[in-house]
Design a protein around this ligand. Structure first.
Ligand code: NAP
Length: 418
């Protein structure tokens, strides 16, 4: 499915995450923009700036949400004049969520929840539609699942968790989560259940296997799979889930451990559109933007393409670091030079310094990156698209796995070149 302007994105909502509450909220112009249909404007295809040149985070938030007809008017907050919604937010925070004042990050999340609840129906814009009132289940508390569930709890959601290794539930239980002993029991006790599993096999098992989520689902409930899987697996899961009368949304995420902790993930969703709208406030707690891409399989495909690009970039970067060192250059200087030019990427600046020290603290396990390269090769094969760079990079990830580096960060792929 494509939009009228043919970019293939049916809905996209972007949220710049300023350190302060959205300045646009009290503004009648911006409020209209928040609840209106999103536009695939040139603004909307520009990455959210975080630092350096370009609009500030605060400006970016407003720019993302204002329809073309209303841009480029920016409505900055007035520090002197407290607007009604800002006062409502302050009252909300002090009266209902005093503990959140302990942490600016938690306060911001609660404010975002208020923003979501203050937007009127529709939910396609950055406001996220009506507040989510139901109970939320979360299956899979690994590197990504744990902070995502934690953010939902911090935002005030009623969260029930399950993880294959039960001990990983303990930190969430101490934050206030409930526990159920199987995916089926979580799904049966919740209105919407999220799943963040390792790979296609575990995602299918947890959704469709014995005591799997499907056994607890029924009409009116929703299942949102945020794991990275292939389209065929996602369709299989969708079929089983919808056979119970429940709705299904695939919503793999772009972003790693830190964005998961900071609630700055990017959701690539597809499937049931009404479920997408229903869970939008929850996605907005966990992420900075969300795309609705149409039929089941499109979210999975988008995620796989993004990750195959990332995997190839990491291999090329690794080769550059090693070559620079071999010819007598300081690889740290290479990292700095790259960071200032057109090929700069947060990933290089983030991982480069530790790679130079041969340290690979795990944010994205190498085994999962290799899984995504494998899924990309299968996807390309299905449409006879040649992706030789990915094929070559995949061999290096396989070599790194055979060196025992599966559970290290994927940047450890550099070891396979040494
Ligand atoms: P992880 O830390 O390895 O966690 C994997 C989760 O899956 C754990 O909860 C694990 O349970 C569970 N699991 C594995 N096999 C299972 C099975 N057979 N039955 C039931 N549960 C099973 O992985 P992660 O980094 O959180 O990634 C999760 C997903 O997100 C993957 O699809 C990954 O590709 C994707 N992703 C990761 C990142 C990242 O940067 N880490 C970024 C974007 C997307 P146990 O605790 O019992 O092992």
């Amino acid at each position: 499915m494509t939009t009228p302007d043919g970019n293939g994105i049916i809905m996209a909502a972007q949220r710049g995450k300023a350190d302060l509450p959205c300045p646009a909220l009290p503004c009648s112009v911006c409020r209209r923009a928040q609840i209106g249909p999103p536009r695939a404007s040139p603004e909307a295809t520009r990455p959210t700036p975080k630092s350096g040149k370009g609009p500030s985070k605060r400006q970016a938030h407003v720019t993302w949400l204002i329809p073309l007809s209303l841009s480029p008017r920016i409505h900055p907050p007035s520090s002197k004049q407290q607007q009604p919604s800002a006062m409502a937010a302050a009252a909300f925070l002090s009266a209902r969520a005093a503990p959140a004042l302990l942490s600016p990050l938690r306060s911001r999340r609660l404010y975002r929840r208020l923003v979501a609840s203050s937007s009127s129906a529709g939910g396609q814009g950055g406001g996220g539609g009506v507040e989510f009132q139901g109970k939320v289940g979360f299956l899979g508390l690994g590197i990504m699942g744990a902070p995502m569930a934690s953010n939902l709890i911090s935002a005030g959601c009623d969260v029930t968790v399950w993880n294959r290794t039960k001990s990983k539930c303990d930190p969430l239980l101490s934050l206030g989560a409930k526990y159920e002993p199987s995916p089926a029991q979580v799904a049966s006790s919740c209105d919407v259940t999220f799943a963040m599993l390792a790979d296609p096999q575990s995602a299918a098992e947890v959704a469709c296997g014995s005591s799997g989520a499907a056994e607890g689902l029924a009409p009116g409930k929703g299942y949102v799979d945020v794991s990275t899987v292939d389209g065929a697996t996602s369709k299989l899961i969708a079929e089983r889930i919808t056979s119970t009368g429940a709705s299904f949304l695939e919503a793999p995420v772009s972003g790693s451990k830190k964005p998961a902790e900071d609630g700055l993930l990017i959701f690539l969703t597809a499937g049931d559109e009404s479920l997408y709208k229903r869970v939008a406030p929850l996605l907005d707690v966990m992420g900075k933007s969300r795309f609705y891409l149409g039929d089941v399989g499109n979210g999975a495909a988008m995620k796989i393409v993004v990750n195959m690009v990332m995997g190839s970039m990491m291999v090329s970067f690794s080769e550059g670091l090693l070559l620079s060192e071999k010819v007598g250059l300081d690889p740290n200087t290479l990292v700095e030079v790259i960071s200032q030019g057109a090929i700069s990427a947060p990933m290089f600046s983030l991982k480069g310094p530790s790679m130079v020290k041969a340290a690979y603290p795990t944010a994205f396990p190498l085994k999962h990156q290799q899984k995504d390269m494998r899924l990309a090769l299968a996807l390309a094969e299905s449409v006879s698209q040649s992706i030789p760079t990915v094929a070559a990079a995949n061999e290096l990830y396989k070599a790194a796995k055979s060196l025992g580096l599966s559970d290290h960060d994927f940047s450890a792929v550099i070891e396979a070149l040494k």
